[in-house]
Design a protein around this ligand. Structure first.
Ligand code: HEM
Ligand SMILES: *[C@@H]1O[C@H](CO)[C@@H](O)[C@H](O)[C@H]1NC(C)=O
Ligand SMILES: *[C@@H]1O[C@H](CO)[C@@H](O)[C@H](O)[C@H]1NC(C)=O
Length: 328
């Protein structure tokens, strides 16, 4: 074989392994091979310990990754705390991610920095922690591409409208994901993250009590399920009450979410509309019929989500020392 052909093959293999030829970023699985070779296991061990202390940690960390990537790209902008002169993106009501996730990322960063100080970004830590959250909940495991830098911007005003709301219909969800080069399949598969965790009542009580003019409740809501929701979330009840997305296995990452949708037990309007819309119903049917298909597609879609808007140039990002504040 000629020398050119040999290097051509190596180049193609390298390109595929690092996220595809022509991809505009340079993330790679072994980005920290020289500077922090054990980073993946430090993150996993710390996440394992934190998950034992609180079962809120895995679901909330998974959700944080989604919000981080949808606002300013995956750059840990979601972690930034407000200051007297700046209202950070996490202040928005739709970014009401459980405090446990913020504390978990800070803890993991400390554990990583004890072994390899100052080299691993908060954005990469969120991506690895989300992977480990899925694994700890019984879902698939995968290699996380790394090399993201932490961003310089976190603004509530700029973040407005970036993350889709619980009232969004399938068409709006498709648009929000397409704006980040994510397909309808990615959108439906990633919504499957709602197989774990909880939602506050106020995200869906309109579906029970004031759905639309002339229609008290959402007709696509299973009536048995609706009665259960009315028990948990009475009209005018405590706004702090919450309901599991998946009533049977809220801490197991499985494909029950898609089966629930098929029997009218999607918790949010945005969940249930995935079977109401013929743009997504076939995908739901596919994922409901095979957990293996769901797992392998979820891995692909999480890797794509982790590529959204990543920063690799030092003009737009750096390695934060405190994930909750810009370096001074
Ligand atoms: C498709 C559009 C999406 C919408 C409209 C949406 C909306 C929501 C809402 C309203 C909640 C409940 C928040 C609360 O009341 O506390 C929630 C929770 C959650 N979301 Fe999503 N989400 C979407 C996509 C995703 C994606 C792509 C992921 C991850 C890949 C995700 C992961 C989660 C998780 C794990 C929870 C539970 C968090 C916990 O229990 O602490 N969501 N989502
Ligand atoms: C509604 O839920 C009940 C109880 O889980 C189930 O037996 C029924 O098949 C569901 N209805 C529909 C229309 O899927
Ligand atoms: C989707 O369903 C609507 C009716 O609900 C129908 O008018 C439309 O043709 C369908 N579109 C596709 C692509 O099947």
């Amino acid at each position: 074989m000629s020398v050119q052909l040999f290097w051509g093959i190596i180049f193609v293999l390298y390109g595929i392994r690092t996220g595809g030829l022509g991809s505009q970023n340079s993330l790679s699985v072994d980005f920290y091979e020289a500077s922090c070779p054990t980073v993946d296991s430090i993150v996993f061990d710390t996440m394992t310990k934190l998950a034992k202390e609180s079962n809120v940690v895995p679901p909330s960390t998974l959700r944080m990754f989604f919000h981080d990537c949808f606002i300013e790209g995956c750059d840990a902008s979601i972690m930034i705390s407000s200051t007297s002169s700046m209202k950070a993106e996490r202040e928005l009501p739709e970014n009401n991610i459980a405090q446990n996730a913020f504390e978990a990322i800070v803890e993991v960063k400390k554990a990583v920095d004890r072994v390899c100080p100052g080299v691993v970004s908060c954005a990469d830590i969120i991506a690895m922690a989300a992977r480990d959250a899925v694994r700890l909940l019984g879902g698939p495991n995968w290699d996380v591409l790394k090399g993201r830098l932490d961003g310089f911007v976190s603004s509530a005003a700029r973040a407005k409208g970036k993350v889709p709301l619980a009232e969004a219909d399938a068409t709006q969800l498709i648009q929000a994901f397409a704006a980040r080069k994510l397909s309808v399949l990615d959108m439906v598969v990633l919504s499957g993250a709602h197989t774990v965790g909880f939602s506050h009542c106020n995200q869906f009580t309109n579906r029970l009590y004031n759905f639309s003019p002339g229609l008290k409740s959402d007709p696509s809501l299973n009536s048995t399920f609706a009665l259960e929701l009315e028990q948990t979330c009475p009209k005018g009840g405590d706004p702090n009450r919450f309901q599991p997305f998946d009533i049977t296995t809220p801490f197991v990452f499985d494909n029950k979410y898609f089966k629930n949708l098929q029997s009218g037990k999607g918790l949010l309007f945005s969940d249930q509309d995935l079977v109401n819309s013929n743009l997504s119903v076939d995908i739901v049917r596919n994922l409901a019929s095979s957990q293996e298909v769901f797992f392998s597609q979820f891995v692909d879609s999480m890797v794509k989500l982790g590529n959204v808007g990543v920063k690799t140039k030092l003009s737009v990002g750096n390695i934060r020392s405190d994930c909750t504040a810009f370096n001074s």
